[in-house]
Design a protein around this ligand. Structure first.
Ligand code: CTP
Ligand code: MG
Length: 397
């Protein structure tokens, strides 16, 4: 039997967050990028770096799943890994990881599982750069022009040459990091990253170059970016692509009250039937937008099990849909909708309809066209209306 040397470097992979901003139905680390989860990708990167102790910090109740991911990524080096349970904050999760370090470890790296595509070379570079009592962080130059703001007010320009965007893994001499953690716990201070906590204890921190691939998956748009990068392995980071969606709807005439279509009331028109006001134009737009963002369809969010939408008009549906997209990290590029029916005559109110629909979507351009079907089909026989909508949405950031 060959005895492998016990590594003196350890990496704590924190994966215990809930992923509120990602909004998936599982904790963020267990959300799939492709066939592999965020945690699995992060661990694949870790095990491709030089051998080190690997401590995975999992959300309470997900230790078994984390163990399975660890074993799959570790291959024949499962001896290096173990799973511990995380805490309510990132800092508490790192502290839990620190308690699991082997006695021989002298250098500790702390890494966000959410930086799933971090190159193994970045992990090695941080580990190699830790010497003496200084901490090491990978960081990228800031490219945006920055302003200091107070509400809507721009207060000052900020010189970006003095700033850098911090990534992980961040590396530290073990004892100094443990002492810094003990101090932060004693004083009850919560820091946003390990370098800040380490610096608060009076230790120097140096930076080395980070990489674009080490970005943190925070929002659905970030997840899209990771998927895109994996689909184009080796190609430099490209912005996430816009996405399109389609929606159709049809309603029969025969409802109660007034005709509502394209967010407008049409005095004297025959009402359409439906759970809400039967505004097929609005409903087709909602489906097109939800489909473009991969957020299900109108039934998912506004079905008949939501009595609050009974009788609601277009603006209620469209505003809520725009909000759902914004929460998922998508802006609305544009919407095009076509309406098929003999009545009402649309041309006189086209501009008004476009204005109302656009306002309900936060200002995104909406174009409305209308056509008849030469007497063919149910729209030609005057039994109802049919609508098709196409939407373009853009991942934010
Ligand atoms: N993390 C952790 N324990 C916590 C909070 C966060 O281990 N109590 C980890 C996350 O799993 C993630 C990293 O710290 O790998 C960076 O945090 P963040 O990106 O904010 O992830 P979440 O807290 O899960 O996301 P959100 O803030 O959107 O809820
Ligand atoms: Mg968080």
């Amino acid at each position: 039997m060959t005895l492998l040397p016990v590594p003196t470097t350890a990496i704590i992979v924190v994966a215990a967050g809930s992923g509120t901003r990602l909004g998936a139905d599982a904790p963020k680390a267990f959300v799939g990028i492709d066939s592999r989860s965020i945690l699995r990708h992060a661990l694949d990167g870790v095990f491709a770096a030089a051998p080190m102790q690997v401590v995975v910090v999992a959300p309470a109740g997900y230790e078994g799943e984390a163990e399975a991911e660890l074993r799959a990524a570790a291959g024949d080096r499962a001896d290096l890994g173990r799973v511990v349970t995380g805490g309510a904050t990132r800092q508490q999760s790192v502290a839990a990881g620190l308690r699991a370090l082997w006695a021989d470890v002298t250098t500790v790296l702390v890494h966000d599982a959410a930086r799933a595509l971090t190159p193994p070379a970045q992990i090695d570079a941080v580990a190699d750069a830790v010497t003496g009592q200084a901490g090491v962080i990978p960081a990228l130059p800031v490219v945006d022009t920055l302003k200091r703001v107070d509400g809507a007010e721009v207060v000052a320009a900020v010189d970006r040459s003095e700033l850098a965007a911090a990534q992980t893994p961040q590396g530290f001499p073990r004892r100094a990091l443990e002492e810094a953690y003990a101090q932060a716990a004693a004083s009850g201070t919560d820091h946003t990253d390990d370098a800040a906590l380490f610096a608060a204890a009076g230790h120097p921190v140096r930076r080395i170059p980070g990489s674009e691939r080490a970005f943190k998956i925070t929002t659905p748009a970030d997840l899209e970016r990771a998927r895109h990068l994996l689909g184009h392995a080796g190609v430099p980071a490209a912005p996430a692509l816009p996405r399109i969606g389609i929606g159709t709807d049809a309603h029969a005439y025969g409802g109660e009250g007034d005709l509502w279509l394209a967010g407008l009331r049409w005095p004297g028109g025959r009402a359409l039937s439906g759970h809400s006001d039967g505004d097929a134009v609005a409903h087709a737009i909602v489906d097109a937008l939800l489909s473009a963002a991969g957020l299900g369809d109108i039934g998912t969010h506004f079905g008949t099990d939501h009595p609050e939408y009974a009788g609601a008009h277009a603006d209620v549906f469209l505003r809520r849909t725009a909000q759902l997209l914004a929460e998922a990290g998508f802006g609305i590029g544009s919407v095009s909708v076509q309406f098929q029916a003999n009545r009402p005559r649309f041309s006189a109110r086209r501009a008004e309809a476009e204005r109302v629909l656009s306002a309900a979507l936060g200002g995104a351009p909406v174009s409305v066209t209308a056509t008849t079907t030469d007497g063919l089909g149910f729209t030609g026989r005057g039994e109802g209306v049919a609508v098709t909508a196409v939407a373009l949405v853009v991942p934010a950031g």
